[in-house]
Design a protein around this ligand. Structure first.
Ligand code: FES
Length: 126
C-alpha cells in the first residue's frame, strides 16, 4: 500500500484513496469546507513528492481562478496511487473552524476523469 506523509505524520492507505481522506487518516484535520467538490480550496496542499500529473477539470478551473495553479493541488481532487509527501495548509486548528467541513464522498466528485495540465490549458485558454 502507498504511504502518504503529511506534515510530521504518515499513513499507509489503499491505492485509490482520496488524498484528503488519507490526510485525515494520518490525524491531520485538514479543511474540506465544500465537502470535497473543488469549490473552496481549503483542502489545498503543497506537494513535495509523488505528484500526479493528471488533474480533474474542476481542480484545474478552481486552482486557476484562485491563482494557485503553480503552487498547490487540491487534495480532494487527487487519489493516492504511489507514495506521496505533502504539507497541509488550512486546518481546523490554524483556521479556528469548529469542524473541518462536510463529510467527503469516497470517490472524486464532481467528476473523476483526469487530464494532463497542458491538455486542460489548451481546452480552456485562460
Ligand atoms: S474540499 Fe473544497 S476544494 Fe477540496
Amino acid at each position: 500500500m502507498p504511504t502518504v506523509s503529511v506534515d510530521d505524520r504518515s499513513v499507509e492507505v489503499p491505492s485509490g484513496t482520496r488524498l484528503t481522506i488519507a490526510i485525515q487518516q494520518a490525524g491531520i484535520e485538514i479543511g474540506h469546507r465544500c465537502g470535497g467538490k473543488a469549490r473552496c480550496t481549503t483542502c489545498r496542499v503543497e506537494m513535495h513528492e509523488g505528484e500526479s500529473s493528471g488533474m480533474t477539470r474542476a481542480e484545474f478551473v478552481r486552482l486557476r481562478e484562485a491563482g494557485l495553479l503553480d503552487s498547490h493541488r487540491l487534495s480532494c481532487q487527487l487519489v493516492v496511487e504511489d507514495d506521496m509527501r505533502v504539507s497541509s495548509v488550512m486546518t481546523k486548528q490554524n483556521q479556528g473552524w469548529p469542524d473541518t467541513g462536510p463529510a467527503l464522498d469516497e470517490h472524486l466528485v464532481p467528476e473523476s476523469d483526469r487530464f494532463e495540465r497542458a491538455f486542460l490549458e489548451a481546452e480552456q485558454p485562460g
